[in-house]
Design a protein around this ligand. Structure first.
Ligand SMILES: C[S@@+](CC[C@H](N)C(=O)[O-])C[C@H]1O[C@@H](n2cnc3c(N)ncnc32)[C@H](O)[C@@H]1O
Length: 314
């Protein structure tokens, strides 16, 4: 295994639970707050310089093809920006460096992540930064009505017990012409149909006793992650509409890990144990000029991105 692939693998182990042989004997029951305090997406790494912090952000973004174009961190000058579920501050760093925000607010349930974000952001100069801890499941985000121009939330709502309440709070705290940029896990992905349904459950016998949804939950951020869901685009857009938003599906970023699994689809298609739904998904894939797999014309990656604006009056 060469050094680049080794470090990628370490990244996916740290942040996306590509752990391989987790057995049912090791299943632990943690609260969301316990889990996200024990584990952060930077694996508790302490950054020592601005260059190291930026290099890591660049590398993280490049692990998901075109991720930074779907959820841009630059070009938001003069705005008050909330990063909801900011973790140890990846995207706050990007906003600090590539936008000139009027205000930058990070909210998270994890004290460990907030402490890491606070330290990391000191490497990026003086900023109008506010970091707030929220309780998991809280029905209220402690910010005033209509005070935020841009809400960014990457990889968070699918881990929360109450996504509908959080989206309703987003609507309350957003200015009338504000926008929400979101990433949630994608059902229509290589991750779900090839990695979970075939590689883990059939080929490697991992979580083969569990439903697809449960097996998916244990595959993304580590086997102990208490909540991890994925949505079909139409399901997520319907949820956003129920919360008073008009939503647009922006497309999905695909991880290099998913790209590396693509040759496995032939073995998967040859397996009699793979159910028809997954076979049909894999058979229908087409490929674009970057070799990204397309399902129904859209990139079949794990990171589905959306843009929401306030809909009509509620
Ligand atoms: C996969 S990490 C993503 C972190 C960051 N957004 C990033 O892209 O690097 C998920 C984050 O969501 C936070 N989180 C989980 N449930 C939450 C909730 N109900 N409200 C706010 N943050 C939550 C976790 O503490 C964790 O930092």
């Amino acid at each position: 295994m060469d050094a680049v692939w080794q470090s990628l693998k370490e990244y996916f182990v740290a942040s996306r639970g590509v752990s391989g042989g987790d057995s049912s004997a090791r299943r632990r029951s943690l609260t969301n707050t316990q889990f996200w305090t024990e584990r952060t997406v930077t694996n508790h790494h302490v950054f020592v310089s601005r260059e190291e912090s930026l290099d890591y952000l660049d590398w993280r973004n490049s692990c998901y093809l075109f991720y930074d174009q779907f959820l841009p961190l630059g070009g938001h000058d003069g705005l008050t920006i909330l990063d909801y579920g900011c973790g140890p501050g990846h995207d706050l760093v990007g906003f600090a460096e590539w936008s000139k925000p009027r205000g930058l607010i990070g909210v998270d349930i994890s004290p460990a992540s907030l402490a890491a974000a606070r330290h990391r952001l000191t490497l990026h100069g003086r900023l109008p930064l506010q970091l707030l801890r929220i309780q998991d499941g809280s029905r209220v985000i402690p910010l005033q009505d209509g005070c935020v121009d841009l809400i960014h939330s990457s990889g968070v709502l699918h881990h929360a017990p109450n996504p509908e309440e959080i989206l309703s709070e987003f609507r309350r705290i957003l200015k009338p012409h504000g926008r929400v940029h979101l990433m949630v896990y994608n059902y229509n992905s290589i991750w779900l149909h090839l990695y979970v349904a075939y590689q883990r459950q059939i080929r490697d016998g991992i979580d083969s006793d569990l439903s697809l949804a449960e097996a998916f939950k244990r595959s993304t951020d580590g086997p102990d992650c208490p909540i991890s869901r994925c949505y079909r685009p139409q399901e997520f857009l319907a949820l956003a509409t129920r919360c008073g938003f008009q939503g647009t599906y922006q497309g999905a970023a695909i991880s290099l890990f998913e790209m590396s699994l693509l040759p496995l689809r032939y073995q998967a298609l040859a397996s009699q144990r793979l159910t028809k739904e997954h076979r049909e998904f894999l058979k229908s894939l087409r490929f674009d000029e970057y070799d990204r797999p397309l399902y129904d014309g859209n990139v079949a990656g794990i990171d589905a991105t959306y843009m929401l604006t306030k809909g009509g009056a509620r």
